[in-house]
Design a protein around this ligand. Structure first.
Ligand code: SAH
Ligand code: SF4
Ligand code: F3S
Length: 479
């Protein structure tokens, strides 16, 4: 699942109107790994750096500043980072030979976990900044300019959201009609396999007004869909002026009133925090899309217990039933881990059985990999690699078939598609169905940003092909 994203600040013309401070003309290159929250963080870092006069480049060799935004979830994340940093060190040396200075910053979850150790192993790094401290990048860079190495990986008392500059309309437009917004960060669940509670810290929710202001700015610049992000987003409980804390259901309701916003999604949810209000919101809120990512990890109660997931197999199956009672067409998606320490063939069969019983429109499945510092890494009965690989193949075959069947069922139906961008071929446009399926069709680029009606004519494992129907859909409707 981790994807690689490159980010740059706005181009010169988009940044127009912002006074160019000292050092204008410098270029930045941001490379981001990991989850959507890292994508969001990379965008916000680009926003701050744009204020500092940096413009984007897609070529690291042209960059005066390189930011590597790291992810710690997969195996050997730190090792892969050091190999990447080795290459960047060579690039820095090459630029130095041309009398060009390059600053190298490591951000994100490996930065948080490894801190100053990164500098001890790779002296080419100028600064290390954690996911809660990147609003201080301008000061950090100033200090780095004086030749000092800086590691800023505290979990500060202040919230970075109070300090981040809003993106300019030009920056928002460049990112498209579907935007991500972090509403909650950190996690108190401590699943025994997971690094997130250590890298992102304790659970914290952003106040409602701050989120609404951001969503309003996005909508004003043409954004039609927002995906609310949190490591454990359905535990959201944000402060609101003059009232009690607001739940995720309440937040979605407020956002649904922002003019221009037609679609709301949220990710990632823990089954234990899926309360009845949120389930009811899937029935009553038209703009809340019928797609829910709800990781289960395993179908065996023994393994769920050892993972400290705090839910049983039966709880998950009941929850899926209740959600479908509220919104019958909802597409469920999930994460699975196979080969957790102590997982027997019988435990694995229970996972296969749960997947078959629930039925998923989409899923991500992984071989368990020990993360240093997490409790499961030192459990006995670690599973041999070959067994993990074989189980993963079996599970993925089942999940792939479910996804293919889910897509195939759409053929002949008319769905509403939010058109996001031009397709790969001239004359094509691409958007998303309510169920998060990419939909390709013939159409003019003026359709970008509209919700159109399209008849699905064929399907593949990962996307749908459609015929655009005339007119624009007024709003999302239940099928
Ligand atoms: N916040 C998300 C999880 C983020 S990690 C949530 O609570 O669901 C994304 C996925 O990576 C997890 O759901 C899990 O399936 C997988 N994962 C996390 N740690 C892992 C590990 N040590 N080995 C294998 N997969 C892991
Ligand atoms: Fe990690 Fe998610 Fe578990 Fe939190 S709920 S510890 S983020 S897997
Ligand atoms: Fe990776 Fe950190 Fe996200 S470890 S998955 S970037 S929260």
């Amino acid at each position: 699942m981790p994807e690689i994203e490159k980010y740059g600040a706005a181009s010169g013309s988009e940044a127009a109107g912002i006074p160019a401070p000292e050092g204008a003309g410098r270029r930045m290159y941001v490379k981001s790994f990991g989850c959507q929250m890292n994508v969001y963080d990379a965008q916000r870092m680009a926003d701050i750096l744009a204020r500092e006069g940096f413009t984007r480049t897609d070529l690291p060799e042209d960059a005066d500043l390189i930011v590597v935004n790291t992810c710690h979830i997969r195996e050997r994340a730190a090792e892969k980072l050091f190999s990447e940093l080795g290459k960047l060190r060579a690039l820095k040396a090459m630029r130095a030979a041309q009398k060009k200075e390059t600053k190298l910053v490591v951000a994100g979850c490996v930065a948080q976990a490894e801190g100053a150790e990164i500098y001890r192993r790779q002296k080419a790094v100028d600064a290390v900044v954690g996911p809660q401290s990147y609003h201080r990048l301008p000061q950090i860079l100033q200090q780095a300019n004086s030749g000092m190495f800086i590691a800023d990986t505290e979990f500060p008392i202040e919230s970075k959201f109070d300090f981040l500059p809003p993106p300019s309309p030009g920056q928002i437009r460049a990112r498209g009609v579907s935007a991500v917004v972090t509403v909650q960060e950190g996690c108190d669940k401590f699943c025994t396999f997971c690094v997130v509670p250590y890298t992102r810290g304790a659970e914290a929710s952003r106040p409602v007004e701050s989120i609404i202001a951001e969503v309003e700015a996005l909508a004003a610049a043409g954004v039609r869909e927002v995906t609310l992000l949190g490591q454990n987003v359905n535990a959201y409980h944000g402060a609101a002026k003059g009232g009690p804390a607001v739940s995720l259901a309440g937040l979605c309701e407020r956002i649904s009133k922002v003019p221009g916003i037609a679609r709301i999604r949220y990710t990632t949810s823990h089954p234990g925090d899926m309360d009845s209000n949120l389930i009811a919101a899937h029935r009553s809120l038209r703009s809340l899309m019928p797609y829910l990512h709800l990781p289960v990890q395993s179908g065996s109660d023994k393994i769920l217990g050892a993972m400290n997931r705090r839910h049983k197999r039966k709880d998950y199956i009941e929850l899926a039933t209740n959600i479908r009672a509220a919104r019958p067409d909802i597409a469920l998606s999930s994460d699975f881990i196979v080969g957790f320490p102590g997982e027997s063939e019988e435990d694995f069969e229970a996972t296969m059985d749960l997947a078959a019983a629930v039925g998923f429109a989409n899923a991500y499945s992984f071989k368990y990999s020990p993360r240093p510092g997490t409790p499961a890494a030192s459990l006995p009965r670690q599973i041999p690699e070959a067994v993990k690989a074989e189980r993963l193949l079996r599970l993925q075959a089942l999940l792939y078939e479910q996804q293919r069947a889910f897509n195939a069922k759409m053929v002949g139906r008319t769905v509403e598609v939010l058109v996001e961008k031009r397709g790969r071929h001239p004359g094509q446009i691409v958007g998303k169905s309510p169920y998060l399926q990419p939909v390709q069709m013939e159409g003019r680029p003026e359709r970008i940003g509209q919700i159109v009606r399209a008849e699905i004519i064929s399907s593949g494992a990962h996307s749908l092909f459609a015929r655009l129907l005339p007119g624009e859909a007024s709003n999302e409707a239940f099928p």
